[in-house]
Design a protein. Structure first.
Length: 265
């Protein structure tokens, strides 16, 4: 068996029941709704198939699996494990994969490395065409941050672009070698259009320049401190609030007020 590379964050999940749960969520979603019956092909793009444990479950549910594997050794060996199946293995970085090459409806699934979780989430929620669904096994702490009431740039990015659901928690001992933390399955169902514009999200990033500081300090320069105090009052937000306290709709209101043409310069 091919060994693991610590530098790539490789941890193999072998529990077949959990793997089947991930595959079922990929096909059916949280609410049990599969693809429209008129779809000719059911395609799944798998991120980092590794030794093919999840691949096996996915191949039983999808007409085709496109497995994108960064590790040369694993990419070379994977097809040998599934002869006669509709498996396409692509040696490459998922962050550089061109999803526009896929012409049929598709979903994305994978057990993703902890160290590039955020870049992968950003990639799969902005790719064109958009997937029907994304099911990722990730570090439990990251899943909790995404769904927390205390917002971050990542949680706001996700909530701006998808409905989010949690699946099963997977204990560290289920992996070989076991990581230091537990994992959790997270299901994303992308919106056709983001909740707020790229311009509003630019304001969000500026507002989080120093997350622990009061929001008003991060925004001085866009308006005077006095104007910002007035604006926050207008949208019913305290002048002492911090960036993590604002929700998406608050940021949208804030953007409109800051850049309002009717506001005096």
């Amino acid at each position: 068996m091919v060994g693991t590379k610590k530098s790539l964050g490789q941890h193999w999940l072998k529990n077949r029941a959990i793997l089947n749960d991930i595959a079922d969520l990929s096909l059916l979603g949280v609410e049990g709704s599969a693809y429209d019956s008129s779809d000719d092909n059911l395609i799944c793009v798998e991120i980092g198939p590794g030794l093919g444990f999840l691949t096996s479950s996915l191949l039983k549910r999808f007409d085709k699996v496109i497995a994108v594997e960064y590790d040369d050794r694993l990419a070379e060996n994977l097809p040998k494990s599934f002869p006669g199946t509709n498996l396409e293995v692509i040696k490459g970085d998922i962050l550089e994969y061109d999803f526009s090459l896929i012409k049929e409806p598709y979903v994305i699934a994978g057990n993703i490395p902890y160290y590039i979780t955020s870049p992968i989430i950003e990639k799969v929620l902005t790719c064109v065409p958009s997937p029907k669904r994304v099911v990722l096994l990730m570090q439990k702490e990251v899943a909790e941050r995404i769904l927390s009431d205390k917002e971050t740039v990542l949680s706001l990015f996700v909530k701006n672009r998808a409905r989010v659901f949690t699946g099963p928690v997977v204990k560290a001992e289920e992996f070989t070698p076991p990581p230091k933390v537990d994992s959790q399955v997270v299901v994303f169902e992308p919106f056709e259009v983001p909740m707020v514009s790229d311009e509003v999200f630019g304001l969000i990033k500026q507002g989080f320049r120093a997350p622990r500081k009061k929001l008003i300090h991060n925004l001085v320069g866009l308006r005077s401190k006095e104007e910002l105090i007035d604006i926050l009052k207008e949208i019913e937000v305290s002048a002492d609030t911090r960036p993590g306290d604002l929700k998406l709709n608050n940021w949208g209101d804030l953007y409109e007020k800051i850049y309002s043409k009717n506001r005096k310069e």
